[in-house]
Ligand binder design. Structure first.
Ligand code: NAG
Ligand code: NAG
Length: 201
């Protein structure tokens, strides 16, 4: 093999190794606010915040070193119905020299209720697998649905295969429903979780 090819091969190997290593990187999200949820900085017109989605008055949330211990139940106060289609998305933003930049970490699902219990999904691992009452599978997030939560710790550590800079971040969540005739409802939901992301030990 000529030298040029060797150098190229080495570069590819190094690159693969970097990608491989980064897969093992464990990050930690340190919340900025005690209330967990914040209003959206760029709230779409007419959208409600987290209080328009869920009643958490029967949910206990206790912040501990490993994360948030969740227990109790939560009830939807969102005026959407079981026949609606709910679109959900989230996007991660990084604070860089005075402005918020969107990162490549974002996701959107066209029919959240269909994939709510899909294993390996972020929300399944961190949330819906701990919802114990079966009727949620049909009623999803529709008005009045109670989600009974088994006590678990919502972990604030996560492994990622993309490198992230340490610093200030916010995760913006959006939910919007479409009624059965295909008309988009105006009462979308937008909320944020703000904090710092650091490498975990
Ligand atoms: C959400 O909206 C309600 C009603 O408009 C408001 O009282 C509350 O302060 C807002 N923010 C949060 C984080 O709940
Ligand atoms: C919901 O939580 C409240 C407060 O913890 C509790 O009193 C109530 O029994 C719970 N309801 C159900 C159906 O689990």
């Amino acid at each position: 093999m000529c030298r040029k090819q060797l150098v190229l091969l080495c570069q590819i190997l190094v690159l693969l190794q970097v990608l491989n290593c980064s897969r093992a990187v464990l990050y930690e999200f340190v919340m900025a606010e005690e209330e967990i949820f914040s209003d959206c900085m760029d709230n779409p017109k007419g959208y409600l915040n987290i209080t328009g989605l869920m009643d958490f008055s029967s949910t206990s949330m206790e912040m501990v070193e490993e994360g948030i211990i969740l227990d109790g139940n939560m009830t939807s106060v969102w005026k959407v119905y079981p026949t609606d289609t709910i679109k959900g998305s989230f996007a991660l933003f990084y604070y860089d020299r005075g402005t918020w930049q969107q990162t490549i970490l974002s996701m959107s699902v066209g029919d959240f209720c269909k994939v709510m219990y899909k294993e390996n999904q972020y929300w399944f691992i961190h949330w819906t697998q701990h919802v114990t009452n079966i009727e949620v599978r049909d009623k999803c997030l529709s008005l009045g649905t109670m989600l009974i939560i088994e006590r678990y710790t919502f972990s604030l550590k996560f492994g990622l295969d993309v490198p992230l800079r340490s610093g200030r971040y916010r995760i913006v969540y959006n939910l919007v429903a479409t009624d059965r005739t295909g008309v988009r409802r105006k009462n979308g939901i937008c909320f944020e979780i703000r904090g710092d992301i650091n490498r975990a030990q």
